[in-house]
Write a protein that binds this ligand. Structure first.
Ligand code: EPU
Length: 417
C-alpha cells in the first residue's frame, strides 16, 4: 500500500497549476448517459474516482475513448446495463449520479444503495424522493434502488435539505422530463452550475443553477457537446492553506477566486496576504498564522471539504480556534491523527477546539478519508522531521499528482510502498 514520506519544515514556494474539479467532473461524466451522441469532456483530472466512474460507465455500455487533447469522449448510443453494481458503488458513492440520467433516458435504473461512509451516514432519501416526485416508481430490492418511469413528468420539488449530488441527480433527470421542473432549496455549489452549463451545451433548458431555485424545462432529446470542466476549488483551497500553514508563498495558475470566497476570507483572517486575477490566486504567508474559527455549511459558506485542512493550520496557529462541522456527523477523524503529531485538539460532538501549539513533530499517521488525508499531508509539511502518511489511496481519489505538485513547490515529499 502506498505511503507518503514527508520531511517537514519547508515553506512552500512557487507556482502550480490547478486541476479540473473532481466534484464537477463526476456528474458531468454521468450526463453522457442522457444523449445518444458524443459528449467530449476536457480538463478531466486524472484521479481514481474519475477512473472508477469511467469503469462504471464502460460496464454499462458507454464507449469511452481518449481524444488527442487527453480529453475523454463518451458515447452512450447503446447502454446494455442500466445497473450500478454494489462493487463499484461501495468504492465511490458518487456512482449514485447515474440514477437520474438512466431513468430519464431509459425509463429504468438499478443502483446499489450506498452504505455508510467514513464521514457520516450519508443517506440518499432526497434523490429517491425527488425521483418519485417526478413520477418514478422506486423500490428498494436486495440492497438496490430500482427506479422505473415511462417518462418522467416535470413538477415543483422542494428539497428537505441542501444536497449537492441530490440536486445534480434531479437536475439531470428533469432535463428529459415532460414539462417544467423547479427544484427549490437546491444546492448553490459551483459544481452544480458547472453541470448545468454542460447540460445546456447539450441542449437542456436550465436556468437558475447556482441559486437555490433551479428551473428545468424538459426537452425530448439532448445532443452531443464539448465541455471543459471548471477548476477544482477544494484542491486550490488545500494548496492555499498548505502555503499559509508553512509560511510560504505560492501562486495557483488556473484557479478561480470567485468560487473561493469563504476560504480566502479565512486565510486573510490568519494574516496571510491573498491576491488574485481572472485565472490565478496567490498567497503569501506572513509568519506564524493566527488561529481562525470556522463553521462548515453549504456554499457559499465555508466548505466541509476544507475543514480538515484548516484544522491542520490551526494546530500550529497563534491562539485558539473553534471548528464546527454541520454537514457530516463524523468528519473529525483527522483530529486523533493530528494529535499524534502533537496537536492540541478537543473534540466534543461536532465541535473541535484547537489550541495552537509551538510545533508539530513528525510521526506515522493514517488517512481515513480524502480530505482527512490532505489535512495530514499539510500537518506533515509543517511538522519537524519525518511524517509518514499511510493509506494514501484516499488521497489519490481526489488530488491529481499531489506529491509532484508539492515537490514543484519545494516540499520534500515522496511516495513509498
Ligand atoms: N443528505 C441526506 N439525504 C440525502 C442526501 C444528503 O440526508 O438524500 C445529507 C448528508 O448525509 C449530509 C448532507 O445532506 O449530511 C449534505 O450531503 P450532500 O448530499 O450535499 O453530499 P454529497 O452530494 O454526497 C458532495 C460532495 C462531497 C461534499 C458534499 C458537501 C460530490 C461527488 N461529493 O457530496 O465531497 O463533501 O457534497 O459539500 O460532489 C469530497 O470531495 O471529499 C466530498 C466528500
Amino acid at each position: 500500500m502506498d505511503k507518503l514520506v514527508i520531511q517537514g519544515g519547508i515553506p512552500l514556494s512557487g507556482e502550480v497549476r490547478v486541476s479540473g474539479a473532481k466534484n464537477a467532473a463526476l456528474p458531468i461524466l454521468c450526463a453522457s448517459i442522457l444523449t445518444p451522441e458524443i459528449l467530449r469532456v476536457q480538463n478531466l483530472p486524472h484521479l481514481r474516482d474519475v477512473t472508477t466512474m469511467l469503469t462504471l460507465l464502460g460496464q454499462m455500455g458507454v464507449e469511452v475513448s481518449l481524444d488527442e487533447k487527453l480529453g475523454v469522449s463518451l458515447n452512450a448510443a447503446r447502454i446494455e446495463q442500466r445497473v450500478a453494481p454494489y462493487d463499484l458503488v461501495k468504492t465511490m458513492r458518487a456512482s449514485i449520479l447515474v440514477l437520474g440520467p438512466l431513468v430519464a433516458r431509459f425509463g429504468e435504473a438499478r443502483v446499489s444503495l450506498p452504505g455508510g461512509c467514513a464521514i457520516g451516514q450519508r443517506p440518499v432519501d432526497q434523490h429517491i424522493k425527488g425521483l418519485e416526485a417526478l413520477g418514478a416508481q422506486v423500490e428498494i430490492e436486495r440492497g438496490y434502488i430500482h427506479a422505473r418511469a415511462k417518462r418522467l413528468r416535470g413538477r415543483r420539488i422542494e428539497m428537505d435539505l441542501v444536497t449537492v449530488t441530490g440536486t445534480e441527480n434531479l437536475m439531470m433527470a428533469a432535463t428529459l422530463a415532460d414539462g417544467a421542473t423547479i427544484i427549490d432549496n437546491a444546492a448553490l455549489e459551483p459544481e452544480v452550475a458547472d453541470l448545468a452549463e454542460c447540460l445546456n451545451g447539450m441542449g437542456a433548458r436550465i436556468s437558475g443553477a447556482g441559486t437555490d431555485s433551479i428551473m428545468i424545462e424538459g426537452v425530448d432529446r439532448l445532443h452531443g457537446a464539448d465541455y471543459r470542466v471548471m477548476p477544482d476549488r477544494i484542491e486550490s483551497g488545500t494548496f492555499l492553506v498548505a502555503a499559509a500553514a508553512t509560511g510560504g508563498e505560492v501562486k495557483l495558475r488556473g484557479a478561480r477566486a470567485d468560487i473561493l470566497g469563504s476560504v480566502i476570507a479565512k486565510l486573510r483572517e490568519t494574516g496571510a496576504e491573498v491576491e488574485y486575477g481572472e485565472d490565478w490566486v496567490s498567497l503569501r504567508g506572513l509568519g506564524k498564522p493566527g488561529a481562525v474559527s470556522a463553521r462548515t455549511a453549504p456554499y457559499p459558506a465555508f466548505p466541509t471539504d476544507m475543514q480538515a485542512q484548516l484544522m491542520a493550520l490551526n494546530s500550529v496557529a497563534e491562539g485558539t480556534s473553534v471548528i464546527t462541522e454541520t454537514i457530516f456527523e463524523n468528519r473529525f477523524m483527522h483530529a486523533q491523527e493530528l494529535k499524534r503529531l502533537g496537536a492540541d485538539i478537543d473534540v466534543e460532538g461536532n465541535i473541535a477546539v484547537v489550541q495552537g501549539v509551538e510545533r508539530l513533530q513528525g510521526a506515522r499517521v493514517m488517512a481515513t478519508d480524502l480530505r482527512a488525508s490532505a489535512s495530514l499531508v499539510i500537518a506533515g509539511l509543517i511538522a519537524e522531521g519525518e511524517t509518514l502518511v499511510d493509506r494514501i489511496y484516499h488521497l489519490d481519489r481526489g488530488y491529481e499528482c499531489i506529491e509532484e505538485k508539492l515537490s514543484q513547490l519545494g516540499a520534500r515529499i515522496k511516495r513509498a510502498n
